[in-house]
Each structure stands twice: as structure tokens, then as C-alpha cells.
Design a protein around this ligand. Structure first.
Ligand code: CTP
Length: 398
């Protein structure tokens, strides 16, 4: 439940604006309070009256409405909320946010707020894929702004692809994850996931077969329990879950920097399959065959151990640090030694021998090892393993 938490809902002008009315209904049903703000363009798609009737509150549209300024100034309006949600976030609104423009009420509120902001982008697929939108999105994510969607599918303009507003239920889930009363609400958890790519030259790299499935399922399960999750992911096959703050990286060095940048956190879970080695002196241009028939020699250097680095921090170490261990033999003995060597609190060990079908499969069988000993869980789907592990993390942080 949202128990009176207040959401400032900025409705941008796009064909998907009508879906924001359903979002208002879901928020109200969960006991949330709402103040809708419509951009001028949004009023072409939904009427202030319908937004106001569903929200049960006044709707704001114009920066220079002096009556409103007397009732509640725009600074106050932007800060009295627990969360600012922008749905739909049009390409234009995202550009204004990224550029720090404040030329109407919506953009002024977004500049003035000190409250967390969640955007639900919606636009034509070409606009979503335009380099300008990509640049703006990167800036917004760098500023710590959360995002849900967009979805992929048929669009009102007749094209197909990513750009559709996330379903109201998905936006609502992302709001609940931030404001709901889950056992992990108010807790910040960093999760690493996926493989890393270590460049050889601009077109080639060393990688591994991690799909990112277990890390993604875990981040989603933590969000469902109310955690604020920073999801640091290498180039994974699986898309990041909704409702997390995504930091996309390629190399182990970048992953370490991203994790350090995301701290402090209450817990950190390292599900990434980080490459142990990087190519020293990776070539800045494509390595060519030199005609001699001799292959180029690659000098490898060790990557930083991100899990060990964070586990052994002298100040600011997360209260709970969890590592994974993929082993093929003597699973418990190797994983127990790994826990001690790296200094983490728990190691989630799994047997990735080919006959288990776990690597790249949908199921996992894990043993959770802590200072007290080992606890083996029955084989289950990666989603169920994630759910159980998230529950155990919630108990440990309670
Ligand atoms: N890990 C990490 N940084 C690295 C290597 C591993 O953070 N450079 C983390 C992984 O995310 C995982 C744990 O350490 O949580 C164990 O990873 P694993 O590959 O099983 O262990 P290694 O340290 O690589 O040991 P080994 O290859 O010798 O089994």
C-alpha cells in the first residue's frame, strides 16, 4: 500500500497520455495521493477535468497561474511529493530535463525538485532511437533518474519497435517498489549482473557465456520487496528488469568504477560473471594480419576483483556483501574457501558442470554459505531462487 504517499504526476503530451488516467486510478486504489500536472500539449490528449476527477485533487497546467502560486508555489509543489513521476515522458520533455530548461510548469517543477524522479518514456521508435534521445537518456540516468519502459510493440503511428509507454501496471509496480511498504523499502542494494567484455581492439573482445538471467531475476525480486536497486550490468542477453537504476558497463574496470560510484549501499550482490583477465595494451585500431602467418600475441593482465574490493572496504562497506561462485567440482569446499578468501558475508554456490544444465538454463540449484555453514536449497527456477534469496536478504537487513 502507498498509505498516503504523495506522487506528483507530470503528464506529457503524447498519444499515450490517456494511459496516465489508468495509472492515476491504480495509485488512488493503493491509497496514494496525487497531484497531476499537465503540459500544454498533454491537454490536447486528456482533459484537466478527467485527470482532476480521478486524482481527487486540483490539476496544475500553467506556470503563471497566480492563484496557484498563492495556494502553493511551484517550489513547494515540486518538493511536497515523495516521488515525481513523468508519464508519458516525451522526447521533448526528456530533452528539456537533460538540458535543464525550465520554460513551463512541468519543466520548472522538474528543475526545482529535490525528490526522486521516475520517467516512463513514450515516443515514436525513430525518436527513441535517435542519437539525441540516447544522449539525453544517458544524461538523465547519470543524474540518478529512474526509468520504466518503454515497451516494444505496435505503435499508434503504425510503426513497430521500442517506444510504447510501459503499461500502467508496470509503472505502478515501479512506484510501489520505491514507495510501497515492502520489507526492503528504504534500502539501497547494488546488484552486478551479466558478463564483461574485455576489448582486444575496437572490434574484438574476450567475453563469457553469462546471460545475466540470475542477476536480473534477483534484482527484480529485490525491487518487488521494495528495495531501491542500482543494477550494474555488463552486455547481457536478458533486458534489465523494470524499476531499477541501470548502469550499463562493458569491462571489469568500468564495473568496479560503477559499483564504487553507486555506494553507499545497505547490501551489494555480485552476480556478474566478471572476466578474470583483460588484454593489456588493447589496440586502438583493428589488428591486421601481417602476412607472416604468425598470430598476434595477446598479453593478459588480471582484472580487479570487484567482490573482494567491496568486501574488504575499511569504511563504508555495505552491511551485507553477497558473492556467487560457479564451480564444477567440490562445490561446497571451493565456495567456502572463496568466501573466506574474498571476505564476503555469503557465497551463493552453484554447480555449473554441463550435466546440470544450469549454465544458460532456466533452473538453478544453489548452496548458500555463510560464516555458520552451508544451506543447500532444492533445485528450482532461477526466478524462485531469486525470490528466496531476496527474502533471505530482507531478513538479514531487517
Ligand atoms: N567477481 C568479481 N570480480 C572479479 C571476479 C569475480 O566481483 N574480477 C565476483 C563474481 O561476481 C562472483 C564471485 O566474485 O560473485 C566469484 O566469481 P567466480 O568467477 O566464481 O570466482 P573467481 O574469483 O573468478 O575464482 P575462480 O575463477 O578461481 O573460481
Amino acid at each position: 500500500m502507498l498509505n498516503g504517499k504523495r506522487i506528483l504526476l507530470i503528464i506529457g503530451g503524447g498519444i499515450a497520455a490517456y494511459k496516465s488516467l489508468e495509472l492515476i486510478r491504480l495509485i488512488r486504489k493503493a491509497g496514494g495521493a496525487l497531484t497531476p500536472v499537465l503540459t500544454r500539449a498533454a491537454t490536447e490528449f486528456v482533459t484537466p477535468l478527467s485527470a482532476s476527477a480521478l486524482a481527487g485533487d486540483k490539476v496544475y497546467t500553467d506556470l503563471f497561474d497566480l492563484t496557484d502560486e498563492a495556494e502553493m508555489g511551484h517550489i513547494e509543489l515540486s518538493r511536497s511529493a515523495d516521488l515525481v513521476v513523468v508519464a508519458p515522458a516525451t522526447a521533448d520533455l526528456m530533452a528539456k530535463m537533460a538540458g535543464g530548461q525550465a520554460d513551463d510548469l512541468a519543466s520548472t517543477l522538474l528543475m526545482a525538485t529535490d525528490t526522486p524522479v521516475l520517467i516512463a518514456p513514450a515516443m515514436n521508435v525513430r525518436m527513441w532511437e535517435h542519437p539525441a534521445t540516447k544522449r539525453n537518456l544517458a544524461l538523465l540516468e547519470g543524474d540518478g533518474i529512474g526509468r520504466v519502459g518503454p515497451d516494444e510493440g505496435d505503435m499508434a503511428c503504425g510503426e513497430f519497435g521500442p517506444g510504447r509507454l510501459a503499461e500502467p501496471q508496470a509503472i505502478f509496480d515501479a512506484i510501489m517498489a520505491r514507495l510501497g511498504d515492502g520489507p526492503l523499502s528504504g534500502k539501497h542494494i547494488v546488484v552486478t549482473s551479466g558478463p564483461t567484455h574485455e576489448p582486444i581492439d575496437p572490434v574484438r573482445y574476450i567475453a563469457n557465456r553469462s546471460s545475466g538471467a540470475q542477476g536480473t531475476a534477483l534484482a527484480a525480486a529485490l525491487v518487488r520487496l521494495g528495495a531501491d536497486v542500482t543494477f550494474v550490468t555488463g552486455p547481457a542477453d536478458v533486458a534489465p528488469p523494470q524499476g531499477v537504476r541501470v548502469v550499463a558497463v562493458e569491462t571489469a574496470d568500468q564495473m568496479l568504477a560503477a559499483v564504487q560510484g553507486a555506494l553507499p549501499a545497505d547490501a551489494a550482490v555480485f552476480a556478474a560473471a566478471v572476466a578474470d583477465w583483460k588484454v593489456l595494451g588493447a589496440s586502438g585500431s583493428k589488428i591486421k594480419k601481417d602476412g607472416s602467418g604468425a598470430p598476434p600475441a595477446l598479453a593478459l593482465g588480471e582484472n580487479p576483483d570487484i567482490l573482494a574490493n567491496v568486501s574488504q572496504m575499511e569504511t563504508g562497506r555495505p552491511a551485507l556483501v553477497v558473492g556467487f561462485a560457479a564451480e564444477t567440482d567440490d562445490v561446497i569446499a571451493h565456495a567456502t574457501a572463496k568466501r573466506a578468501r574474498k571476505g564476503c558475508d555469503w557465497i551463493v554456490a552453484n554447480d555449473v558442470s554441463p550435466e546440470t544444465g544450469i549454465m544458460g538454463g532456466d533452473e538453478n540449484a544453489v548452496t548458500v554459505i555463510d560464516a555458520q555453514g552451508a544451506e543447500t536449497w532444492p533445485r528450482a527456477s532461477k526466478v524462485d531462487v531469486a525470490r528466496r534469496l531476496a527474502g533471505k536478504i530482507a531478513e538479514a537487513l531487517a
